[in-house]
Design a protein around this ligand. Structure first.
Ligand code: ADP
Ligand code: MG
Length: 620
């Protein structure tokens, strides 16, 4: 029930805000709230709690949302939108290959490089369409609870990057919701089971989330009511929809129908999708599924046995188990260290999935709560924590890829390593390499490679107006603050002068989990080459600095050198310069040492005379 309180400043009565929890899913979305200390999903009168993430644009230009829109997947495929979550916060180039999978056309927004949906000669952004789903959920909750809803917690897959999280937040704002927190779905699922709430021991938990479009595996450590994500792995292109796709392909080969036919007859494609999903669900409890004809318009016979389904699904399930192995390896854990496994997502209803997960973890999985609802329920628990009702829980998440800045020569300097807990903050000091440098460019990167050219640029900014000082004197402090939503703020200050500058990172392009995976694989494949490149670059930078200082020394202390010594010194400097051209580290190292050895006595002489001058200059 909504509580009523008095706004002391205005003296007005106001309904105490209910903060709702929302699972904005690829396939299905739900909204939940706390009632009498327990999370509950909100169902519309007569309808279920699940709102299909489907939208239909009527010929009159009105949007239908959810269950009402679903039949049009079949009847009017070109004007019906689904799987928007696959597009949100992503660039056109990342999603254009989805064109054949999606029934509706995509168009590139040339300004933002994002993918828009082109329907009835109008263009829509994934953000505004996601907002329509959120509005529908908000409306349901308001209708049911009879109070305005303005604050929410929204869940996203653990692998969502900053841009996808920001885009989800933007969709919330467009729907009239203040998004108090973006929470990882697996984290919410653990909360829904109340794990850690009544238990003060330490537990390690695996959350296996196999939904319609995404797969996530997250390992959580829960200690004294504190949730900590140990590692997270997954695939935003692996879900129950892909099982449907395999069934469709199977039926097409059986009936010798080509994929082209599907592209020409969009309705056939949608009909096959719906039938494939129906077969998959029915086979949870039966041994075979059969239709003598798909429809009067498309008189194709389709049949599937449970064994055939399991053969089709097995490779996909295996991929989820591989991700589980990765997550364990990342956390440095053996399977035996996992105390509990939670099943999340509609696809975990497949008996094959339950069986495989149980045998992988050697545990009977938690599946008491409806796997479709568990994330929304957990989001409501998180909302309750934020509203201050639950002081017993604190949430920590992790960052999937390392964050850092570019230092001299394009070397990646990691400030926040991959799988660090968030929120997280770190400061590190740097200095300038050139005399009188008044501007300092900060390039921010994400990735696991040693050189920034192989990592992903997140953005850059310039710290301007540093007073001119000799190289090495300015104290530049760079601070990285990664907030609870996984959004990065970078601050830079020159400590001697107090010059300060900061940015929040809203990257231009999204990072798919394939890219995360590729980054990790590449960092292993190229580890040796990367280390060698890095060592070379660092050596070359050392050489550059040495040449700079040696030349400066020569011009300032000409008097210390005989003519032949001067000539020799210049030759040695030239040797170093030439060695920098050839990439032979041992040779450059030798040349650096030779120059250092030769110049050492002169440096000492210069020092002695400087001290002598200082002493003679002193008056008692
Ligand atoms: P998402 O989180 O991606 O929105 P859900 O968790 O709602 O998705 O899961 C939707 C997926 O679950 C769909 O692929 C659907 O076909 C599948 N699913 C739902 N019920 C069953 C079932 N009884 N057996 C197998 N798969 C199911
Ligand atoms: Mg889900």
């Amino acid at each position: 029930m909504a509580k009523v309180s008095i706004d002391i400043s205005g003296g007005k009565l106001k309904a105490e805000d209910i903060i709702v929890g929302i699972d904005l899913g690829t396939t299905n979305s739900l909204i939940a709230y706390m009632e009498d200390g327990a999370p509950k999903t909100i169902s519309d009168f007569g309808k279920g709690a699940v709102v299909p993430s489907v939208l239909y644009l009527t010929p009159e230009g009105q949007w239908l949302v959810g269950e009402e829109a679903k039949p049009y997947l079949l009847m009017d495929a070109l004007n019906t939108v689904y799987s928007i979550k696959r597009l949100i916060g992503k660039s056109f180039s990342e999603v254009k290959e989805l064109q054949n999978f999606l029934g509706y056309p995509l168009k590139e927004d040339l300004q933002s490089n994002t993918a828009n949906l082109s329907i009835q000669d109008r263009e829509f952004t994934p953000i505004e369409l996601s907002a329509l789903i959120l509005k529908e959920l908000k409306y349901r909750a308001e209708h049911r609870l009879k109070t305005p809803i303005s604050q929410a917690v929204i869940t996203v897959p653990a692998y969502f990057n900053d841009e996808q999280r920001n885009a989800t937040r933007a969709a919330g704002a467009l729907a009239g919701l203040e998004v108090l927190r973006i929470v990882n779905e697996p984290t919410a699922a653990a909360l829904a089971y109340g794990i850690g709430v009544h238990n003060s021991g330490t537990e390690t938990i695996a959350v296996y989330d196999f939904g319609g479009g995404t797969f996530d595996i997250t390992l959580l450590k829960i200690e004294e009511g504190v949730f900590e994500v140990l590692s997270t792995h997954g695939d935003t292109f692996l879900g129950g929809d892909d099982i449907d796709q395999k069934i469709i392909e199977y039926w097409l080969t059986q009936n010798t129908i080509s994929m082209n036919t599907i592209h020409e007859h969009k309705e056939l494609g949608q009909l096959l999708r719906i039938t494939a999903e129906r077969a998959k669900k029915e086979l949870d409890n039966t041994a075979s599924f059969e239709l003598a004809e798909l429809s009067p318009e498309f008189p194709i016979r389709v049949s599937l046995t449970k064994v055939e389904l399991e053969n089709l699904a097995q490779p996909l399930v295996n991929r989820t188990l591989q991700a589980c192995e990765h997550a364990l390896a990342d956390a440095g854990l053996q399977v035996s260290a996992i105390d509990k496994v939670i099943l999340v997502g509609g696809a975990t209803r497949l008996p094959l999935v339950k069986k495989e997960v149980a045998s992988f973890f050697k545990l009977e999985p938690f599946d008491k709560l409806n796997p479709d609802e568990v994330v929304a329920l957990g989001a409501a628990v998180q909302a309750d924590i934020l509203s201050g009702n639950r002081k017993d829980l604190l949430l920590l998440d992790v960052t999937p890829l390392s964050l850092g800045i570019e230092t001299l020569g394009g070397v990646m300097d990691v400030l926040i390593p991959r799988n660090s807990k968030i929120p997280s903050r770190i400061a590190r000091q740097y200095t300038t390499s050139r005399d009188g440098q008044v501007n300092f460019k900060i390039n921010i990167f994400q990735g696991e490679r040693e050189l920034t050219q192989d990592n992903r640029s997140l953005g850059s900014f310039e710290l301007r107006g540093i007073p001119a000082m000799p190289a090495g004197i300015p104290k530049l402090e760079i601070r990285f603050l990664l907030d609870a939503d996984g959004i990065l703020k970078v601050e830079a200050s020159e400590l001697r002068s107090g010059v300060h500058q900061e940015i929040s990172i809203v990257p231009k392009k999204g990072l798919s989990d394939e890219e995360v995976e590729k980054q990790l694989m590449d960092s292993i494949t190229y580890a040796k080459q990367d280390m060698e490149d890095r060592k070379w670059i660092e050596l070359r930078e050392e050489a550059k600095q040495l040449v700079l200082h040696a030349n400066r020394f020569l011009s300032q202390h000409e008097g210390l050198f005989e003519e032949t010594e001067m000539k020799e010194m210049k030759k040695l400097i030239e040797d170093v310069n030439q060695s920098m051209e050839q990439k032979v580290p041992s040779e450059l190292q030798t040349k650096i040492e030779t120059l250092n050895q030769f110049s050492q006595p002169f440096a000492e002489k210069a020092m002695d005379s400087a001290i002598k001058n200082a002493i003679t200059g002193k008056k008692i």
